[in-house]
Design a protein around this ligand. Sequence first.
Ligand code: SF4
Length: 76
Amino acid sequence: MAEIEIDGEMHRLLVDHDLCMGTRVCIARLPGVFSVDDDSNLSSASNDVLDPAIIAAVREAIDDCPQGAIRLEKLG
Ligand code: SF4
């Protein structure tokens, strides 16, 4: 579960494993942030705090996931 600051507030980046189909589009959009487990074929976000400068790429990954499996949630 990665975290990223948006407009001064921390958010977590999540993959819903009930929806993910392992298409790996997210890895193409954000290599180094998402990885897909070879056994489960499910994507997960890294445990890193992400650079706020990559928010556009994060939103692109969310928009481009064919399963709608990626979301941002505000923390706190
Ligand atoms: S793009 Fe979406 S469906 Fe494909 S691996 Fe990533 S999270 Fe899963």
